[in-house]
Design a protein around this ligand. Structure first.
Ligand code: GLU
Length: 506
């Protein structure tokens, strides 16, 4: 691609960004980075009624946590700023005026009640009311195409409520291009004359979006499928302004786990999985939503999972680092059809990413959990524990359940296992084992294993008679990693103490 690639993520700050929004941002980020381009964040806050005060910061925090920060946007490299549409208010009027002058837009003075009347009348006749060429020049509608110039000007001057509508063309076949969906043909007769600007001085989404994409030199618009119905209007607007169009790519929906219907913000709570990247506190209700971060997901796993919701690399590979995603990502490999979200797959991704992390990094994470419990151990010890248990973990939060016995001796024993494995002769065997173990402090796991097994063989008893009660004494249950690795790590002294406690207690 020859020119500088510039893409934008343009959320409306109406609440927390959900995972679908993060995926849109991610695909923009990947596309930009793959082409050494620029990833812009623009806050589309023209709809002040739906504005939520903490949403913008949430969006920025979510991008940062996901590892996909913007290059240009609020407070950062403000080359084409400001990046909040509410701060660009003065810019848009001139463009609305330009369209009116060129005959591509007009003033409309119809009140909401009058429009309702029209709608009702049409319905009674079994028709649908569309504000476009069908009706706009018939006297019944009050707009500057019908009223005299003087009358229209008078209304504006006296402060009547008005909107500026786009004059969509009659009887034209539009051929639109989408990088994912290919060619789309639209008959302009079905388009309504969308509102571009309102008498309160605010543009609507459509006008602000097009003007800003143009002024910010956006080359590719990558956004959700829900904006596909706006594509025709947007292309017509570019033509009306005589501006070069960006390329468009509309991403498929993310579907509910059942496969039908768009995944919604409410699904998370209802179905028991996170849909938000970060916890979000609703400023009105004070309610805090569940999130990927707080549920213990690694951002790398979250992003990897999102990348594959709608895109595939064309190979069997599923695990990707962000860098690999940047290398592999192609818009042409994004699918047209919706991508079903699977909460199980999300946890699988976390498990996989956890396995590929170094023991040092995981130990670092685990240390903070331990510290919260008031437990502090030597770093190398924690690294060794992690190396023994991590294959069984999905989240770092699982580490404690898998390894508590490395940090504190069991206070009680799993009853069912004890009943089955702790027999009458067990204390005697365990006391003999203590004698063997006394010689084995600071020995590596393999040596301890050889020595203990030699002794068992000499004694001529079954392995289970020793191993199971021994595990029960050390762990408190019949679980955990290789027994001799546990002994090596906690040491023979501690092992003996635990066996003695088991003998006393069981
Ligand atoms: N503000 C729109 C949104 O909230 C942006 C749509 C677009 O990317 O054009 O999704």
């Amino acid at each position: 691609m020859s020119k500088d690639i510039r893409v934008r993520f343009a959320p409306s700050p109406t609440g927390p960004l959900h995972m679908g929004g993060v995926r849109t941002a991610l695909y923009n980020y990947l596309f930009a980075k793959r082409h050494q381009g620029t990833f812009v964040l623009r806050i589309e806050d023209t709809d002040q009624k739906r504005y939520v005060s903490n949403a913008e910061q949430y969006i920025i925090d979510a991008l940062n946590w996901s590892g996909i920060p913007y290059d240009e946007g609020p407070g950062k490299n403000e080359k084409y700023g400001p990046y909040r549409q509410s701060e660009r208010k003065e810019i848009y009027k001139k463009y609305a005026d330009e369209l009116i002058e060129k005959g591509h837009a007009y003033y409309a003075f119809d009140t909401a009640e009058q429009l309702d009347e029209h709608r009702k009348k049409h319905e009674e006749e079994g028709k649908t009311f569309i504000y476009n060429w069908h009706n706009r020049e018939k006297r019944k509608l009050l707009n500057s195409l019908v009223l005299s110039k003087e009358e229209a000007e008078k209304r504006i001057q006296q402060g009547d409520h008005y909107v500026v509508r786009f004059k969509s063309p009659e009887n034209k076949k539009l051929v639109l291009h989408d990088k994912i969906r290919g060619e789309i043909t639209i008959d302009t007769n079905i388009l309504d004359d969308k509102i571009l600007f309102k008498s309160d001085g605010m543009p609507t989404y459509h006008l602000a979006n097009i003007v800003d994409d143009h002024l910010m030199k956006i080359t590719h618009v990558i956004r959700g499928e829900e904006w596909l119905p706006s594509l025709a209007l947007h292309c017509l607007l570019y033509e009306a302004f005589d501006w070069e169009k960006p390329e468009f790519a509309h991403l498929p929906l993310i579907l509910k786990p059942v496969g039908k219907g768009k995944l919604s913000k409410r699904d998370g709570d209802q179905l028991g999985f996170p849909v938000f990247p970060l916890a979000y506190k609703n400023p009105e209700t004070g309610e805090v939503s569940r999130s990927y971060k707080e549920d213990g997901y690694f951002p790398e796993a979250f992003v990897n999972m999102l990348a594959l919701l709608g895109w595939n690399p064309g190979t069997e590979q599923e695990l990707f680092s962000l860098k690999e995603l940047v290398n592999e990502f192609r818009l042409k490999r994004v699918s047209k059809s919706g991508a079903k979200f699977s909460p199980e797959k999300a946890t699988w991704f976390n498990q996989q990413h956890l396995q590929s992390k170094s023991n040092e990094e995981l130990a670092e994470n685990f240390s903070s959990i331990l510290l919260e419990k008031g437990i502090s151990f030597d770093k190398n010890y924690i690294i060794k524990v992690v190396s023994l248990i991590k294959e069984r973990a999905v989240f770092v939060a699982d580490f404690w359940n898998l390894s508590s016995f490395f940090f504190q001796s069991p206070k009680n024993f799993d009853e069912k296992s004890a009943r089955k494995q702790w027999k009458e002769e067990t204390p005697e065997i365990m006391n003999e084992l203590i004698i063997v173990l006394k010689e084995l402090d600071n020995h590596p796991s393999e040596e301890i294993e050889i020595k203990v097994k030699e002794w068992i063989t000499q004694k001529g008893i079954g392995f289970g008679k020793v191993m199971q009660p021994l595990r029960l004494s050390l762990v408190g249950a019949l679980k955990g990693p290789h027994l001799f690795d546990i002994i090596e790590l906690i040491g023979a002294q501690e092992t003996i103490k635990r066996i003695e406690f088991a003998i006393k207690t069981l």
